[in-house]
Design a protein around this ligand. Sequence first.
Ligand SMILES: Cc1cc2nc3c(=O)[nH]c(=O)nc-3n(C[C@H](O)[C@H](O)[C@H](O)COP(=O)(O)O)c2cc1C
Length: 488
Amino acid sequence: MLGTYDLLQKSHTILRLYPVIGHFRYLFESIRPEIQQYFVESDINGIPVNREFRALVYQRAKGVRDTRPFGTIFDVYRDGYEWINHSLNPRPVPKEDPRILFGGAGCSRPYAASPVNISAMSFGALSKNAIQALNLGAKLGGFAHNTGEGGVSPYHQEAGGDLIWQIGTGYFGCRSDEGYFDAELFQETACKDVVKMIEIKLSQGAKPGHGGILPAVKLTQEIADIRHVPMGRDVVSPAAHSAFSTPEGLLEFVAELRELSGGKPVGFKLCIGNRTEFLGICKAMLKKGITPDFITVDGGEGGTGAAPIELTNSVGTPLRDGLIFVHSALRGIGLRDQVKIIASGKTFSAFHVLRLLALGADTVNMARSMMFALGCIQSRSCNTDKCPTGIATQDPSRYKALDVELKAKRVARYHASLIENLKELLAACGLETLDQLKPRHINRRVDGTSIKNYAELYPFIACDCLLEGAVVPKQWEDDWQKASATHW
Ligand SMILES: Cc1cc2nc3c(=O)[nH]c(=O)nc-3n(C[C@H](O)[C@H](O)[C@H](O)COP(=O)(O)O)c2cc1C
């Protein structure tokens, strides 16, 4: 019967030519993304790593053997290969896990954070089971869980893991009926004990200059109610904030949120675009005397649940360049010690974390590697509601298969192994604390036999050199002059 149907139908040539067995083509096509992702390796610096790192996250999350036999898979003579300098005087591995204190001068309720935390991913992009597992994982492991811009859902609060509440341009969770910021609603949630810090999202690396997107196919009544949006349409947040429109306005908003939250650390997340605009924020910090408690720098290589491909591939400064710029600018205006820097973008191993810390980050946020810890197989169906692992879907028949307790343990285990390996690396470098890491500790083969360390590749500008009366470095002069505290 199937063969007769295939011969008579007109929409699939393959089935008319190959009745019955032609269906195998569609079967294989439907699982191709998973197969392809498993066997075709993508790269970082031209080095095939995707499969290696995903396998590593799985092993560490499951608590199975994660050592490697035989040696590195990297071609160490290839341009772009990077490594860390170890010491002939390695230190003992520290017993205590490091913590980093967030909260500058204007903050009365500082937060001692882990060096690695879960990056922003909303309830909506992720299923309720995935959110529950991440939050329980954060609770078990003593680290923080960023809510993403979709608001604080009940699933973020059941386990009681520390939350960083992210507020995007849609103001979900603190939104008036007209879609503007509502101070009263904000205060209600911000004052909850479980909320430890507040993050204003200006942009994210995968789609900078574009608001958040939740495809209509993933919008359930429950999510629509939490976000205060109508059913049946894609939820697309505006590209820009309505609560402020200038660098000074942003900092006034930071101060307002800090006060409304009862003195919790408040910062903002962005992917660096026009340098003058960020320098405008720096000028506004000096002029207003208001500093954010932290700045999250997301790389153009960042991930997303859904975004236009041009924005994902070709907009936004890559992480390391953006991070060095932000770190340098804060040094230049003499406020680096007041503002913590969080970095996010393609980190899977402790070396990836350490590399960012050496370049100036204080802590690192991870999104996709945490998804791997939950069991993501990178089928890239987050925007279709057909996620085969129940992580990035709102279809109950799919997400119910995700066991919250089991996956939470995996998330916690993966985090614990990262911290352990980070401490091991630090000890191997002969260092005792994370802040002793410097750019000179990381080397890169730049061209054949030429090797440079990060201090040579990415020279920082001198402390205070952007302040009144100081000599502004030549390469910064133009941007610094053009930057304005009163407009972007
Ligand atoms: C499924 C998914 C949803 C995301 N949702 C948000 C979001 O709501 N807000 C945000 O600022 N970033 C969001 N991101 C970006 C991540 O928080 C992170 O900045 C980026 O993916 C880089 O980290 P990674 O390379 O460790 O994934 C999302 C990423 C993914 C994969």
